[in-house]
Design a protein around this ligand. Structure first.
Ligand SMILES: [Zn+2]
Ligand SMILES: [Zn+2]
Length: 163
């Protein structure tokens, strides 16, 4: 594997380090109220990977479960030492897929959002990026993703449904 295919990241204190392999399936910039409340920020940017492409290199995770927008469990994984949230498991594919907070990566500039979602809930002074598909709420992955990315997502949904 080429080393540039590996994206490393970690928490604020450095105890937790992780590595993601290759391109994410998609990257969402989400302005929903839950993301605002969970982060205290204007929005969150998540790079979504198959869990088997994400490796914890060092450190311990502490999990916190909150309700997602669908009412299902959203599990937030944080560094046990400093509490920085690094990634999440979402109800749709459970633990088969991980949404990594893009700001946790050592080089977050390599990620560009696939879409801006729940833009209707953005703070009124936030300017949305040009050239990124933007949705008041959510979108149809089949219509938006490449065939390859959509196939990767559906493979995860299938694994979740079979589990
Ligand atoms: Zn930490
Ligand atoms: Zn959100």
């Amino acid at each position: 594997m080429l080393s540039e295919d590996l994206r490393d990241g970690g928490c604020a204190c450095g105890a937790l380090r992780f590595r993601a392999q290759g391109e994410p399936i998609f990257v969402n910039n989400c302005h929903c109220r839950l993301c605002q409340r969970q982060t205290g920020g204007t929005s969150v940017v998540n790079a979504f990977y198959e869990s088997d492409r994400v490796e914890v290199l060092q450190g311990e995770l502490t999990e916190h479960v909150v309700k997602g927008g669908s009412g299902g469990d959203h599990t937030i994984c944080r560094c046990s030492e400093c509490g920085t949230a690094v990634f999440s498991y979402y109800p749709r594919v459970g633990r088969f897929g991980a949404g990594i907070r893009v700001g946790s990566f050592d080089d977050p500039t390599v990620f560009t959002p696939t879409a801006v979602v729940f833009a209707a809930y953005r703070m009124p002074w936030v300017t949305l990026p040009e050239g990124v598909p933007t949705f008041d709420e959510y979108y149809s992955p089949k219509a938006l993703y490449s065939e390859e990315a959509f196939g990767r997502l559906m493979a995860l949904v299938e694994r979740k449904n079979r589990a």
